[in-house]
Design a protein around this ligand. Structure first.
Ligand SMILES: Nc1nc2c(ncn2[C@@H]2O[C@H](COP(=O)(O)OP(=O)(O)OP(=O)(O)O)[C@@H](O)[C@H]2O)c(=O)[nH]1
Length: 513
């Protein structure tokens, strides 16, 4: 009897011990599984900051503008920005970005108008091995962010190496040996970052510094015998001016292509200033002339190029103008600056009237590391432009630049075609910038032609090319006055880096020598 009681007690104790052991084992398994899962999720989340979102767009700074190498200034298109939904509640930090929902990988605590994080090598949704690598200058993934190292320090360092090669993240049957113990949520396959193909693209030459390029003009504009600066300084420095003297000044300004309206404005301003405080030394004459010319050229005009993506879409630029002015060359040069700043650029060859024009653009694309969309000779330019923008959106590029045909101004029907290009593109994305390319050496004639373009597509900025080929820099003043839009860029030669942002002070200094 006593023995059987003892045996029963022993059995019960054994059962209790067994149950306790099982429970402890279950708890250990639960904790271990939880740790593994939480670690994996943490990796995936950090990686998502580097990942291309499901809509194919890439994360870009939404700061609304940046200076490329303290030279070129780029910003987002304003028209579409106002159409965007209001920003989400960010009580502690005032946001200027109104882009709406955060993108994949955005930290909700960090406004997207905070100092921009470094650019990263983001894989495309559908890497096309046949195409040239279009981001030759983009910083590598392991490169720490340059602008905002403190904003999101955890996002950048070595998340990609951990995530990219881990194919077992998705099903992972071995991680949860006891399904009922694992967290109830099934292990959803998270959008795994595609392996960055990082094909060896064409080796591109280094871009020249963008800052101070306008300084190249200095020697060119002042070297000429009848240079504006030299003549004006001589006349004004000669002492008290009689009416003949003022007429001579007027003639000098007209000769330099400033046009009558600007010439009158400059002379009036000089007369007023001199009456108020006469100048005595050569330095004072120069300072006065500099001040008047800078005021006339409009130091406060917005000359930033609207080439930053917004609302998950690329920025769209149309490049228009008479044939031979330098549209294709300018498109290539500008693409080069953008690519060098880590932007993905797609060029659309909408000049389908001439196969050589598309070839020329393609050559530029290959040379600077941009993608290109072209149509067959004689294809509808609007269709090519539409396709280019559609592909740019699909591939999440930052900016699409459409090079248009230049012969359009000669026939009314063809001018209508240019209007159609813009309207059709706008079905896909807002056109942020219409750059009119104008040859500085054609003077009044070129300006008359330019006006036709301005009537058909409302231009937002002028690129004045071939300024290196004229001693008459005054065309800048005239163009702005006549077209009512700022000169944003100037061409200073045929070389890939001979494109400069227009800076009023540097330009006037170049004029005055
Ligand atoms: N000196 C100088 N030459 C330039 C400049 N910009 C362009 N060019 C040259 O001007 C010529 C015409 O340039 P393109 O870019 O082909 O002109 P386009 O407007 O595209 O011409 P189409 O395709 O015929 O409409 C080329 O030889 C360029 O090298 C510049 O700023 N200075």
């Amino acid at each position: 009897m006593g023995e059987s009681l003892w045996q029963t007690e022993a059995v019960n104790t054994g059962a209790v011990v067994a149950i306790v052991v099982v429970v402890v084992l279950l708890l250990v398994a639960l904790v271990a599984t939880g740790l593994v899962l939480s670690r994996r999720r943490r990796i995936s989340l950090s990686d998502s900051a580097d990942r291309t979102p499901s809509d194919g767009t890439r994360q870009v700074d939404k700061s609304g503008g940046y200076k490329a190498g303290s030279g070129f200034s780029f910003t987002q298109g304003a028209g579409t920005a106002t159409a965007e939904p209001p920003s989400r509640d960010m009580p502690t930090i005032e946001r200027t970005d109104t882009d709406g929902q955060p993108g994949v990988g955005d930290d909700a605590a960090i406004p997207r108008d905070a100092p921009k994080r470094g650019l990263r090598n983001v894989p495309l949704p559908e890497p096309k091995t046949a195409e040239p690598e279009s981001r030759p200058h983009a910083p590598e993934a392991a490169t720490p962010p340059v602008e905002a190292p403190s904003a999101e320090p955890e996002v950048v360092p070595d998340t990609r190496p951990e995530v990219v090669p881990e194919p077992e993240v998705v099903p992972e049957p071995e991680v949860a040996p006891e399904p009922e113990v694992v967290a109830p949520e099934p292990v959803t396959p998270e959008p795994v970052a595609e392996p960055d193909p990082a094909p060896a693209g064409p080796v591109l030459d280094d871009i020249a510094p963008t800052a101070g390029r306008l300084g190249l003009l200095r020697g060119r504009l002042s070297r000429s015998q009848n240079a504006l600066g030299k003549s004006m300084l001589g006349l004004l420095g000669a002492g008290d001016l009689d009416e003949d003297g003022w007429e001579e000044i007027e003639g000098t300004l007209l000769m330099a292509d400033l046009g009558t309206a600007v010439t009158t404005a400059v002379v009036d301003r000089l007369r007023t200033e001199l009456a108020a405080s006469p100048v005595r030394t050569a330095e004072e004459v120069r300072a006065l002339l500099r001040k008047v010319l800078i005021a006339e050229v409009g130091p406060d005009l917005d000359r930033a190029i609207k080439a930053l993506p917004h609302a998950g879409k690329p920025s769209v630029l149309l490049v228009v103008g008479v044939n031979g002015t330098g549209k294709t060359t300018t498109t290539g040069k500008l693409a080069r600056v953008l690519v060098a700043d880590g932007r993905r650029v797609l060029l659309g060859a909408a000049d389908t009237f001439r196969a050589a024009a598309a070839d020329q653009l393609q050559t530029w694309a290959e040379r600077v590391g941009a993608e290109v969309v072209r149509g067959k000779e004689g294809a509808d330019p609007a269709a090519v432009a539409f396709d280019a923008v559609a592909r740019g959106i699909d591939e999440g590029v930052d900016v699409v630049m459409i090079d248009t045909a230049g012969r359009l101004h000669t026939k009314t029907g063809l001018m209508d075609e240019l209007g159609k290009v813009k309207r059709v593109v706008e079905k896909k994305a807002a056109v942020d910038e219409v750059l009119l390319v104008l040859d500085a050496t054609t003077g009044q004639n070129g300006l008359a032609q330019a006006k036709v373009f301005a009537d058909v597509v409302s231009i937002t900025g002028v690129v004045l090319t071939k300024l290196d080929g004229t001693a008459k820099g005054g065309i800048v003043f005239h163009v702005q006055r006549e077209l009512g839009v700022p000169v944003k860029l100037v061409g200073l030669g045929e070389g890939a880096d001979d494109l400069a942002p227009f800076e009023p002070e540097a330009f006037v200094d170049a004029l005055l020598g």
